[in-house]
Design a protein around this ligand. Structure first.
Ligand code: NAI
Ligand code: MG
Length: 361
């Protein structure tokens, strides 16, 4: 029996609807395994702008820092599109990631076999896809300086800077090895070592860290090849670890393999402090308030929370199994179903998953 505090930031649009279902799942897990979860609610995004004038009130930051993990829905919507940059809902998201010093973004891409028709790829290519992408979040070309635009001799010229310290590289590569150890023990390190000096240090670092993980098989792959291999033969991958920009692009590419945005969870982890868990989809204003959003991405994010922040592997696996069962039994929300299937609303899908958690078959 353990006690955990979880900060809950429902956010905007469908955020509150899908988060509600994930919390009911966590409550069922608490019952099944005799844990106590305390949920502390905070405001972020547009709802926070409306009520407090800022997308990330200091109160929310403190709440999150004083918890074991954070579960977030989504932020944004047309209502706030005209706001100034510092009052935009996304600023809340970036702010909380920064405040919690989250440096590792984990995105699993798992194909549920019963949803294989949704994939844009052929069945035999995408079957058994189960990849975890580990992306560095704090360094690289998105944050390096100098960054400028200036008048050169031949007209305008621009500079972006790709900067990494060896320590930053080692930290994320180590995370890749750690999560690979809990999976199929295969790590693909993606770089551009034939061109970039940063990638050459990345590769040396990966080879050095590998000596501490003799049970994990390390391979190196150039990023352009990785982009091809993801659609040619995704089954070859277990865990992929890569730097910020490569990871941004590859994780979006990989997330389309399964073809279902409403199914994909994510985790962002920091150094020791609480991790942040959220579905990769946005606030879907077009379907907000209609009880049709798919809650599974958020429920699977809650499973990641159990695994990565609370260390509750068995509990996490039980949630994933319940989701799998619901899909195998043919339960669908509208985004993953078709007219001739029996379609469920957000709350009904949550209830089905909960019923499999209560009495696994
Ligand atoms: P979106 O992911 O919100 O929606 C894209 C499409 O997928 C829409 O047709 C939507 O109805 C559908 N969809 C998304 N999640 C779904 C779910 N769980 N079940 C069923 N259908 C689902 O992306 P979009 O439309 O580009 O952005 C809408 C708003 O969300 C914008 O304000 C954007 O800035 C924000 N956004 C927020 C993110 C976050 O909070 N992490 C990430 C992406 C966008
Ligand atoms: Mg992206």
């Amino acid at each position: 029996m353990s006690q955990f505090t979880i900060s809950v930031l429902p956010g905007d649009g469908i955020g509150p609807e899908v988060v509600r279902e994930a919390l009911l799942i966590l409550e069922q897990v608490a019952k099944n395994f005799q844990h106590t979860f305390t949920f502390n609610y905070g405001k972020v995004g547009g709802v926070a702008v409306d009520e407090t004038g800022t997308p990330l009130p200091q109160e929310t930051v403190e709440l999150c820092k004083n918890s074991h993990a954070v579960l977030l829905g989504a932020v944004g919507g047309p209502k706030w599109d005209q706001e100034t940059p510092e009052r935009r809902p996304e600023a809340g998201l970036l702010g909380i990631r920064k405040a919690l010093k989250l440096y590792a973004n984990l995105r699993p891409v798992t194909l549920f076999e019963s949803l294989i028709h949704a994939s844009p790829l052929k069945r035999e290519v995408v079957l058994d896809t189960d990849i975890l992408i580990v992306r560095e979040l704090t360094g690289g070309i998105y944050f390096g300086s100098p960054r400028e635009r200036r008048q050169g001799r031949d007209g305008l010229e621009v500079i972006d800077t790709l900067h990494y310290t060896e320590k930053e590289m080692e930290r994320i590569i180590r995370k890749g090895f750690d999560v690979a150890q809990g999976r199929k023990k295969k790590l693909t390190s993606v770089d551009k070592a034939n061109v970039l000096e940063s990638s050459r240090l990345w590769r040396e670092t990966a080879n050095r860290v590998a000596k501490e993980y003799p049970d994990v098989q390390l391979d190196h792959m150039l990023v352009d090849n990785a982009a091809m291999q993801l659609v040619r033969n995704p089954r070859q991958f277990d865990v992929i670890v890569t730097e910020n920009m490569f990871g941004d692009i590859l994780s979006d590419e990989a997330s389309m393999l399964t073809g279902s945005l409403g199914m994909l969870p994510s985790a962002s982890l920091g150094v020791g402090g609480p991790g942040l868990y959220e579905p990769i989809h946005g606030s879907a204003p077009d379907i907000a308030g209609k009880n049709v959003a798919n809650p599974l991405a958020t429920i699977l994010s809650a499973a990641m929370l159990l695994r990565h922040s609370l260390g509750l592997e068995e509990e996490a696996a039980s949630v994933e199994r319940a989701v799998d069962l619901a899909l195998e039994e043919g339960y669908r929300t509208q985004d993953i179903g078709s007219e001739w299937e029996r379609l469920l609303g957000t709350a009904q899908m949550g209830e089905v998953v909960r019923s499999y958690l209560r009495s696994p078959i």
